[in-house]
Design a protein around this ligand. Structure first.
Ligand SMILES: Nc1nc2c(ncn2[C@@H]2O[C@H](COP(=O)(O)OP(=O)(O)OP(=O)(O)O)[C@@H](O)[C@H]2O)c(=O)[nH]1
Length: 513
């Protein structure tokens, strides 16, 4: 018997549910009910999802607009039948036009393009982005360069086939991610290598404090994370080092050779003296023997004459050796003076370097170089460049009370604390005795004031120790923005006035010009 009434259908559905040992959930019951009745299950119509699909459909061509409108109507009617009809119609139209318009696969492109066409400016922009990204990844990986060229050429074709474009882009992106990873690893290894070299140079030059200091500073700036400014700083310090070494190398060689020569002559004379003394000693022992054994004056006289002659020669030899050694001492003194001269020369040349020897901050020359770089960068990128002039408060009193060495240490302390409080892109320079300048790239004046105040706050937490005494160092500062049409002197003049205003207002404050 076939079930025809709803009651019979329901009964048959329960029977099947039990026979298949399934739990009698509403969903299971519904499924068997429709199975028995031969009807379709009434699932809720997914209106929202279909609406989203309808909205996302392209409408670049009249055909697409028509299809989109019909699809939308079927969705709003909640009609699966209409949807089925619209979709099959669309597929039929599409294959008909493909067959008539394009019998070969190449000619398929216009139909696909009709659905997905990228604006030419967007394609050109993408081509440029890929082209511009290439120098950043270097030319070491030939494959990535090839893939980039292929992609750029394809992007510049009059027409693109979206699946091909997607594939070219995916290939390029995949390779690029490898190259980027490799570049990061290379950078890290190079940095480690640089540290290794610097450590090595430091170890073999333990006796040259000036070199130690420069190397220490170089190691500090070559710490990750690297930035272009840190690298520029490292480069400038390395240039200083090379210049110092080249300039002094010649003189070092001359001084070393003089020393070596002196030492060689000295050793020779010493050994000669030793040999002579041994000879004379043996000779005199021999005379003494002869004298012991002689029994007559006739035997004694020639021995004595020989002994006197030998003693005279010995005296002459000694005098000559004394003269020689005197000369050698003279030369040693000269060589020592030469070395001292060299040390002073080194000091003088260090002053010509870009960094201040006492504080490690940039000196005036280094600041001028940094300023040139930063003004150019600010102009290129259209960003603001600020500068701050700092002057320690009551520094004369500190010097008078604690001594000049404590004053020097206070300057070093300020530079150290400032470097920890400043951002990596900021540059600190010793502008004069107890005056410092900070260059603040890409910063508006309010932020610049805030950065300098941070240095002030940091000085209150990291107090300066003079022996066992904890001293608070303060400074007054003027901050100003450097305008593109003005030079450094004009800007620093404004900062100077603001700094003096800060002094007059009671010191330990930062004012903006
Ligand atoms: N120890 C040391 N002192 C320095 C150095 N350069 C400058 N000075 C001293 O810094 C002091 C600056 O004194 P002033 O210009 O009178 O300024 P101040 O005492 O800081 O007073 P205000 O600026 O008004 O707060 C002078 O005594 C200089 O000798 C240096 O390299 N080392």
């Amino acid at each position: 018997m076939t079930a025809s009434t709803p009651q019979e259908i329901a009964r048959e559905a329960v029977k099947r549910l039990t026979a298949r040992k399934l739990p009698p959930t509403p969903e299971n019951f519904q499924t068997f009910y429709h199975e028995v009745a031969g009807t379709r299950p009434l699932k809720p119509f997914p209106l929202e999802n279909l609406r989203q699909i309808a909205q996302a459909l392209p409408e670049a061509t009249p055909a697409q607009q028509r299809f989109k409108s019909q699809f939308g109507k079927a969705v709003s009617m909640h009609s699966w039948d209409d949807l089925e009809r619209v979709l099959s119609q669309q597929l039929r139209n599409q294959s008909a036009s493909t067959e008539t318009l394009a019998p070969t696969p190449v000619a398929l492109a216009p139909v696909v393009q009709e659905q997905e066409r990228f604006p030419p400016e967007l394609l050109e922009q993408m081509a440029r982005i890929v082209g511009n990204a290439l120098p950043a990844v270097g030319n070491d990986d030939r494959k990535v360069v090839e893939l980039a060229d292929e992609l750029i050429n394809y992007l510049r074709l009059p027409e693109q086939h979206p699946p091909s474009l997607r594939k070219l882009m995916a290939d390029f992106a995949f390779r690029l991610s490898f190259v980027a990873e490799e570049q990061a690893a290379i950078r890290e290894t190079l940095l480690k290598l640089l540290h290794g070299v610097l450590d090595n140079v430091r170890v073999v030059n333990l006796e040259q404090p000036w070199l130690q200091k420069q190397l220490g500073a170089l190691i500090d700036v070559a710490q990750p994370p690297l930035s272009i400014r840190r690298l520029e700083d490292a480069q400038s310090r390395l240039k200083d080092l090379t210049r110092l070494q080249l300039d002094t190398k010649e003189q070092m060689i001359v001084a070393q050779n003089a020393m070596k020569e002196t030492l060689a002559v000295f050793m020779q004379r010493l050994s000669e003296t030793a040999a002579n003394s041994q000879q004379y000693q043996q000779r005199f022992e021999h005379f003494a023997h002869q004298l012991e054994r002689s029994t007559s004056l006739a035997e004694i006289t020639p021995v004595l004459q020989q002994a006197i002659q030998s003693a005279r020669t010995l005296a002459l030899d000694s005098q000559r050796t004394g003269d020689d050694l005197g000369g050698l001492r003279e030369r040693a003194i000269q060589a020592e003076a030469q070395v001292e001269q060299l040390r002073l020369e080194l000091q003088r040349m260090s002053d010509q370097a870009s960094h201040d020897l006492l504080t490690g901050a940039l000196n005036r020359k280094g600041m001028a170089e940094a300023l040139e770089r930063e003004t150019a960068r600010a102009q290129r990128s259209g960003t603001r460049l600020c500068l701050a002039l700092l002057d320690l408060d009551d520094f004369k009193r500190l010097n008078d009370s604690w001594g000049h060495l404590a004053g020097d240490a206070a300057l070093q302390h300020l530079a150290t604390v400032a470097k920890t409080a400043l951002r990596p892109q900021d540059a600190l320079a010793r502008y004069g005795g107890e005056e410092f300048v900070i260059l603040l790239p890409d910063t508006d004046p309010d932020d610049a004031v805030e950065v300098v105040r941070r240095v002030q706050r940091e000085l209150t937490t990291q107090l300066f120790m003079s022996g066992s005494e904890r001293l608070l160092i303060t400074f007054s500062a003027g901050v100003t923005q450097m305008h593109s049409e003005e030079n450094f002197e004009q800007a620093i003049e404004r900062a100077d006035q603001a700094m003096y205003a800060a002094k007059r207002a009671g010191k330990n404050r930062v004012l903006r010009a």
